[in-house]
Design a protein around this ligand. Structure first.
Ligand code: PMT
Length: 418
């Protein structure tokens, strides 16, 4: 278990969901964690230090300028003690303070003072969650490596319905456990790749995974086409890591300039229609998981010219028709594999990604904010936010190969629950 003997510093901020903090402590200690609790000034209105002390077995920390605490486990010692800092619930106000690097109470000071990874489980009114300021603050802290769990959608304490409910305590504990598992895989990889191979190699053993990668090319005439900037790096990284995790991999690839990973079946295609045919054929051969990473052209030219089009006119009009949606068609099969889609977006990333997750009836979607410099199309690095119907995990910017391993680890845990 990834939380076994891990020192979790649990920050509780002042929202109604704070009453769930004692239960969260129980869930974390149930997974083997050592928990110390830090209360924000307003959270004590919702939950008592005494109950948190009783369940955690440790003194609850509340004040930055507490001479008694500074003589014992002062804020710097606490920051060093933590292997992980989890803030649940994290209010909109807390997220805003983190985004601005404020340190006006013990909890926010600890966030700055600790080298430990920081996770938050937001909880707030749906309108506050949707507010531009909150979303901008979240984006800022996500980019700095803070991982966000949730929130979930549903009826709220105030009577509103929408996103903003804190995830259930059992889900938060589980997600933290999984996040630590994927982090430790990543850390170990860079420290000693050979050593990790044994412990990880079984994660996708026995699974047949079909992955699409790269762009498609939609012909205009024999010498011209419509395409996009996908290099195939993300999809090929997924194929490499899936093989390393023990899967049998079929890679359906558009035209790219990188070599095929050794050990997988590669089907080279050009157009979206070709890719659709190849995928529908491949998934019908006992496919367990389908990952759609390709940047498939949404439209193709209605009438492809047989001969090179001459530039006789000053203007030219092309009629485009919609391509089949490969991912939606796989998810709509009577017995579909586990489906992981990607969503490449330049704005409203979460809304569009969640829309695709629901509309295409997917199990998971990895949202890719391709408006950000240095990640996405034709870059070595990428950053993703992974959504299921009720979870959200941020995977910060890193090399695509490392990111692919994190994504597959999270996916494997979801496949096992599927
Ligand atoms: O190849 P790289 O240079 O490494 O760049 C990686 C990437 C940016 C291409 C990749 O991370 C990514 O985001 N891939 C998805 C690109 C995309 O086309 O997204 P979309 O939001 O337009 O499509 C949504 C999903 O439907 C995707 O999973 C896509 O593969 C799938 N789709 C889309 C259209 C279609 N006709 N069929 C599909 O299967």
């Amino acid at each position: 278990m990834s939380l076994q003997n891990v020192n979790v510093l649990l920050g509780v901020t002042g929202g109604i969901a704070a009453y769930k903090a004692p239960d969260l402590v129980r869930k974390l200690t149930g997974l083997g964690a050592n928990v110390r609790v830090v209360l924000s000034p307003s959270s004590a209105a919702f939950v008592t230090p005494l109950s948190l002390q009783a369940v955690s077995g440790n003194i609850v920390h509340q004040h930055l300028l507490d001479p008694e605490a500074e003589a014992g486990m002062g804020h710097i010692e606490l920051a060093r003690w933590a292997d992980v800092l989890l803030i649940a619930p994290a209010t909109a106000h807390c997220i805003a303070k983190l985004a601005h690097g404020m340190a006006d109470d013990l909890l926010t000071t600890l966030v700055l003072a600790t080298p430990a990874p920081v996770f938050i489980a937001p909880a707030m009114n749906q309108q506050m969650w949707a507010a531009q300021a909150t979303q901008a603050n979240l984006k800022t802290i996500n980019e700095r490596g803070v991982t966000c769990f949730g929130p979930a959608s549903g009826e709220q304490a105030c009577g509103d319905i929408g996103y903003g409910r804190m995830l259930e305590t059992v889900e938060i504990a589980q997600l933290l456990d999984e996040a630590l598992a994927s982090r430790s895989l990543l850390v170990t990889e860079t420290q000693d790749a050979a050593e990790t191979q044994d412990s990880e190699s079984g994660l996708l053993a026995g699974k047949h995974i079909v992955i699409t990668a790269g762009p498609t090319r939609e012909a205009i005439d024999p010498v011209r086409y419509i395409s996009n900037h996908s290099s195939g790096k993300m999809g090929y990284s997924l194929a490499i890591q899936a093989l390393a995790l023990g899967a049998q991999v079929t890679l359906v690839s558009g035209p790219v300039d990188i070599p095929a990973p050794i050990g997988c079946t590669v089907i080279q295609v050009q157009s979206a229609v070709d890719m659709h045919t190849a995928v529908m054929h491949a998934v019908q051969h006992s496919c367990d998981i389908f990952i759609a990473c390709a940047a498939v052209a949404d439209y193709r030219v209605a009438d492809i010219a047989n001969q090179k089009i001459k530039k006789d006119n000053d203007e030219m009009t092309l009629t485009l028709v919609k391509n089949p949606d490969i991912l939606a068609d796989v998810a709509a099969l009577s017995n579909p594999p586990f489906t992981l889609g990607f969503a490449a977006e330049t704005h409203d990333v979460e809304r569009y990604a969640r829309g695709k997750l629901t509309r295409k009836k997917l199990n998971m979607i990895a949202a890719n904010d391709v408006s950000q410099p240095g990640i996405g199309f034709n870059q070595s690095d990428n950053a993703l936010t992974v959504f299921t119907a009720d979870t959200q995990i941020v995977l910060p910017q890193q090399d695509k190969l490392a990111l692919a391993k994190q994504l597959l680890t999270i996916m494997a845990h979801n496949v096992s629950k599927h």
